[in-house]
Design a protein around this ligand. Structure first.
Ligand code: ZN
Length: 130
């Protein structure tokens, strides 16, 4: 998720409430959805290492990529956030498969509306079609 303090608590609470989690590991970059969309897979070694620790050592079985409104790190419109989230989701799925090919680890994308303090689940059309 983004480093923006306005979304971190909302995002963690939503994950705990909706996925019955006790703890949530966090990885942040400014405008994480745009960052993920722009990064090439071969340059995501740092994220790979963080996901590996979260999955292997902390037992994480769900990975969520968050975007949010009014994002200084990724100042764009909602539709572009959705595009970035879908692009980022695909890359996270590749990393997760590399780390844990035999484990079921869900990857989800979410969007925080900062003004409304709400979380929107983004449904991936390609997943629905698959
Ligand atoms: Zn942001």
């Amino acid at each position: 998720m983004c480093m923006d303090g306005r979304i971190i608590e909302i995002a963690i609470k939503w994950m705990k409430d909706n996925h019955e989690l006790n703890w949530v590991d966090t990885v942040t970059e400014p405008g994480m959805d745009g960052w993920m969309a722009a990064m090439k897979l071969e340059n995501l070694g740092g994220l790979h290492e963080k996901l590996k620790i979260s999955i292997e050592n902390h037992g994480s079985r769900i990975v969520a990529l968050f975007g949010h409104s009014d994002c200084a790190g990724n100042p764009t419109d909602y539709q572009t956030h959705l595009t970035h989230l879908r692009m980022g989701c695909k890359k996270i799925k590749v990393l997760v498969h590399e780390i844990a090919p035999d484990l079921k680890v869900d990857v989800v994308t979410l969007f925080v509306d900062v003004d409304k303090q709400t979380v929107i689940e983004i449904t991936d059309q390609e997943d629905l079609a698959a």
